[in-house]
Design a binder for this molecule. Sequence first.
Ligand SMILES: O=C(O)CCC(=O)C(=O)O
Ligand SMILES: [Fe+2]
Length: 190
Amino acid sequence: MSLGSLPNVFDPAFASDPDSLTKLAHYPSRPPQVGGEQGVGSHKDSGVLTHLLLESASRGLQVQGLDGQWIDAPPVDGAFVVNIGEVLEVATDGYLRATPHRVLTPAGASPRTSIPFFFGPTLQARVPRLRLPVGLRAETHGISHDESNQLHSTYGDNMWKAKMRAHPEAFARWHTDTPRPAATTTHLRN
Ligand SMILES: O=C(O)CCC(=O)C(=O)O
Ligand SMILES: [Fe+2]
C-alpha cells in the first residue's frame, strides 16, 4: 500500500485523533407510484478509504468507470466494498483514483440499509504525497483536475469542502461566518 515508500509513511497523519466515522444509512422503500429521485447522487468520498458493508440483497450502488459508464456494484458475501477517497488520490498522485459512485433507489425499490466506515486521518493532517517509483509513475494520469471540485491534501479541508457542497442550505443558515478551506491549502493541479 505504501507504493514504494516506507510502510509507515502514513502513520503520522493517523497518529492522534484520527477522524474516522461509521454511518448507518437507511433508504426507505419507494412505492412504485412515487416519483422523484432518492438515494445518493454521484460523488467521491472525501477521505482516504471507505469500507462499505452492504446487506446481501442490497441493490442500487453503482460505480463509474473511466469511460463514464455506470456499473452496478452488488455486494459480495463476506466482503466490504472499498472506495478510494480523494485524499488517497492526492497522496498517490492519481495512481489510485477516487471512485465516483452513487446510490439509486428506483420506484418500487425495497428499503435499504448500508454501513459505510470512513477511514480518515487527523483533520489537520496534511497527508504526505508519495514519490512513486518510476514504474508506477508511468501508470498514473495524475490527480483529476476539476474547477468545481478542488482536492486538498489536508483531510479537514477536503472534508469541509464536501460537507459545504452536500449541505448548502445548512451552511447558508448556520455557517455564514465559516471560512472556506484555509487559504494556505494548495490547489492541486496535474
Ligand atoms: O449507501 C451506500 O451504499 C453508499 C453511501 C455513500 O456512498 C456515502 O455515504 O458516501
Ligand atoms: Fe460515498
